[in-house]
Design a protein around this ligand. Structure first.
Ligand SMILES: Nc1ncnc2c1ncn2[C@@H]1O[C@H](COP(=O)(O)OP(=O)(O)OP(=O)(O)O)[C@@H](O)[C@H]1O
Length: 371
């Protein structure tokens, strides 16, 4: 089948005709054999410049087999450029990149059958029918996944005979994902895999990613969906201005320091929160002093100039009689809340505290300004 309008870069490039693809058992058995196995992807001091401007500027990143490594960052942070260097699609200007122990540019041929790539824009040839494309890619591998089973899982049969050009964005993404994994790769790069997908498709993608992880595949995922990262990622790298500014498990990141949490109060409607917020934000009290002073080892020290997030307690009556306060939740803050209620003779139906979310951490680290 001619792929006449194939773009310069497409997921089928990840395939090599007649390539052997390791089974999950072989992958597990091989874990101790090669120099490349404990770390699937290793990026050290990566620099990439465009027009003299370093868009990746000394970036370090590691991804391991059997784990999902999420790369988060604002628009233009350098995530895609980094991933493209790992995929061998861009040559670094500095630093080293190793995928399965090999140089992705120099050893591209050897890596092709072992690396699955799902590009941000799908990168698929547009004149080919969806299922034909998948069969074509599968035929390039010695032991591909059964195409029909994969198509079923990702719901491709409903538009199997539609050309890629006519697919919706979410449908195209699903075909691109199928093409990236059909060859049973050891490493999969997924650049915003579920962007534009409906909730059902997203769920199917997440299930597939979990299955790949269980099979020992190293998955590198860029995403803007914090719930996706929080749900899937074993390890998170937050990238900004071409560098990793924080790194750790989701738990490590959300537990770090005394950053913001929430206090939710259910009580009588119409309470004026101003005096409470004033108390909580009074500098003489220690209540807000710890805010944004993250010292936990897994999180790298961030220069204060980059900490442009929220700088004190804020709160509002989010619905009648429900108040949400956000700030540095600690025992003293909670005591101030209950004292404030007591002073007003208000018996709250509930006062609950919540932990920081990954999105809170992300905004803390990268600020709230648009990029
Ligand atoms: N081929 C190119 N030529 C010039 N500049 C480029 C090129 N590719 C990317 N850039 C620039 O490099 C910077 C990083 O882009 P990159 O696509 O890596 O960011 P990103 O973190 O993936 O962003 P997004 O979340 O929007 O996808 C941006 O400022 C972008 O404009």
């Amino acid at each position: 089948m001619p792929l006449s309008d194939a773009p310069a870069i497409d997921p089928a490039q990840a395939a090599t005709a007649g390539a052997t693809t390791p089974t999950a058992e072989a992958r597990a058995a091989g874990a101790a054999t090669g120099p490349d196995q404990a770390v699937a992807v290793e990026v050290r001091g990566l620099v990439k410049r465009y027009d003299g401007r370093a868009v990746v500027d000394g970036l370090d990143l590691v991804a391991r087999p059997g784990a999902v490594t999420a790369v988060l960052g604002p628009n233009g942070a350098g995530k895609t450029t980094t991933i493209e260097c790992c995929e061998g699609l861009r040559s670094p200007d500095g630093g080293t990149v190793r995928v399965l122990g090999r140089d992705p540019v120099a050893d591209a041929r050897a890596l092709r059958p072992r690396v699955g790539v799902m590009l941000q824009d799908g990168g698929l040839p547009t004149g080919v029918r969806a299922l034909e494309l998948l069969r074509h890619v599968a035929a390039m591998y010695a032991t591909p996944r059964p195409v029909d089973e994969l198509a079923e899982r990702l719901g491709l049969h409903g538009f199997a005979r539609t050309t890629v050009r006519r697919l919706s964005g979410g449908q195209r993404q699903r075909v691109a994902l199928a093409a990236a994994v059909v060859g049973r790769p050891d490493v999969v790069f997924l650049d915003e895999p579920s962007a534009g997908m409906d909730p059902q498709s997203r769920r199917a993608v997440w299930d597939l990613v979990r299955e790949l992880r269980a099979d020992g595949v190293a998955i590198v995922l860029t995403t803007h969906l914090m719930d996706e990262a929080a749900d899937l990622a074993d390890h998170v790298h937050v990238v900004d201005h071409g560098r990793v500014i924080a790194s750790g498990s989701v738990r490590e990141l959300t537990d770090a320091g005394t950053g913001p949490g929430t206090v939710r109060i259910e009580a009588a409607p119409g309470l004026d929160l101003t005096p409470l917020l004033t108390t909580l934000n009074t500098p003489s009290t220690p209540l807000s002093a710890g805010y944004l002073s993250s010292q936990s080892p897994p999180v790298q020290q961030i220069p204060s100039t980059q900490r442009s997030g929220q700088e004190g307690w804020v709160g509002s009556e989010s619905e009648a009689g429900v108040y949400t306060l956000t700030g540095a939740v600690d025992p003293a803050a909670l005591a101030a809340v209950t004292a404030w209620l007591a002073e007003r003779g208000v018996l709250a139906r509930s006062v609950t505290t919540g932990r920081r979310t990954l999105e809170d951490v992300f905004l803390d680290l990268t600020g709230r300004n648009l990029r």
